[in-house]
Design a protein around this ligand. Structure first.
Ligand code: COA
Length: 170
């Protein structure tokens, strides 16, 4: 378990927490509707956990007291076989906890964890082109768009994002 400033904490969660994670997903359908599967389901949660694991990442819950208020997942290095690359896969907060600086604090926590791996020189992520608020969030946190938007096999179109180690370690 790790403490996030401001009385929140995070911990690794998994299949045993799937029903609690599903509650978070259900409350985030305003975001899911932008993607390939608009309805939250247990299958979606289990698929996301499995995909995180197969990418070599960790899936985490964000808690205010005992209540799960969000999730995030990331690969701390060696993303797609590249030792220098980490990847933030997912960050999602339930609506009543958005816009209060929590996402920014979580990104800082994730960056700190990732940069402990001395081999990593860049943190990558992706954002759907139809999610301008999230794009703004990433840009405010120092992530820049690289290359052109890409149409993925799941029919979503994403901007690829990148932040280099030098931009984080100031
Ligand atoms: C995107 C998200 C993780 C940001 O976390 P947050 O705690 O709300 O963001 P912060 O309070 O740290 O930063 C606020 C900035 O985030 C952006 N933002 C994105 N979505 C937002 C939302 N629903 N509510 C408020 N701010 C949002 C805005 O740019 C805002 O800056 P502004 O007030 O100057 O416009 C969160 O809003 C969320 O979970 N949204 C739904 C899921 C999602 O889009 N995830 C990202 C997928 S790539």
């Amino acid at each position: 378990m790790a403490t996030v400033p401001g009385s929140l904490h995070t911990r690794k969660v998994g299949r045993e927490d799937a029903n609690t994670i599903l509650e978070v997903y259900r409350q985030c359908e305003d975001f899911l509707v932008l993607g390939p599967r608009s309805k939250a389901s247990l299958d979606m949660v289990l698929d996301d956990i499995a995909e995180t694991e197969s990418a070599g990442g960790v899936f985490n819950g964000i808690f205010a007291g005992r209540t799960m208020i969000g999730v995030f997942s990331y690969v701390a290095g060696g993303f797609e076989g590249q030792p220098a690359n980490a990847f933030i896969i997912l960050l999602m907060l339930i609506p009543s906890f958005r816009g209060r600086g929590i996402g920014t604090r979580i990104v800082e926590v994730v960056e700190k964890r990732i940069l402990k791996n001395r081999e990593v020189t860049a943190i990558l992520s992706g954002v759907q082109v139809n999610n301008p608020r999230a794009l703004r969030f990433w840009q405010q946190n120092g992530y820049r768009i690289v290359g052109r938007p890409e149409l993925l096999p799941d029919k979503t179109t994403v901007f690829h994002l990148r932040k280099d180690r030098e931009q984080i370690v100031k």
